[in-house]
Ligand binder design. Structure first.
Ligand code: CA2
Length: 148
């Protein structure tokens, strides 16, 4: 059966393509999601996406994913650096989650060098702009294929 994947995006990522193009690129989130849909179709996977600026809604989306998803591509935005609630949610749902960042967080401000989520994620992709999502999706599908 096709792998079912949640693509989850956190705070401010709805603004992609409209501000700070030098840091985050000029593609919109819709552009990135359209490319991911094509990649998923080519790999026989099915995607649903959720974006929220609200921590609790991201937690609810992870909880809901338990009922239907095989894995998650997750850009948690700035929550990456301090949300123990999201860390607990990722642990609790026991789904493989790929932490995904557009920018190379390690080449930026010191507070972005820490992720409180990485330790409970399957892996981390950062620094490849929009391609980070494609790399994360590919890695997740390979992981799921290997388990099947
Ligand atoms: O590099 C990433 O993907 C980040 O998760 C993006 C977050 C940042 O807090 C993380 O440290 C790294 C910020 C997303 C903000 O997105 C914007 C998009 C357009 C304009 C302004 C912000």
């Amino acid at each position: 059966m096709a792998h079912q994947i949640l693509v989850l995006n956190g705070p401010n990522l709805n603004l992609l393509g409209t501000r700070e193009p030098t840091v985050y690129g000029s593609d919109t989130l819709a552009d990135i999601l359209a490319e991911l849909q094509e990649l998923a179709a080519a790999r026989g996977a099915e995607l649903r996406d959720v974006q929220s600026n609200v921590e609790g809604e991201l937690i609810n989306a992870l909880h809901d994913a338990r009922a239907w998803a095989d894995g998650v591509v997750f850009n948690p935005g700035a929550f990456t650096h301090y949300s123990y609630a999201l860390r607990d949610a990722i642990s609790a749902v026991e789904l493989p989650v790929v932490e995904t960042h557009l920018s190379n967080v390690h080449a930026r401000e010191a507070f972005r060098h820490t992720s409180v989520l990485s330790a409970v994620c399957l892996g981390v992709v950062a620094g490849f702009g929009r391609h980070s999502y494609a790399v994360a999706l590919d890695a997740l599908v390979r992981h799921l294929d290997a388990k099947a």
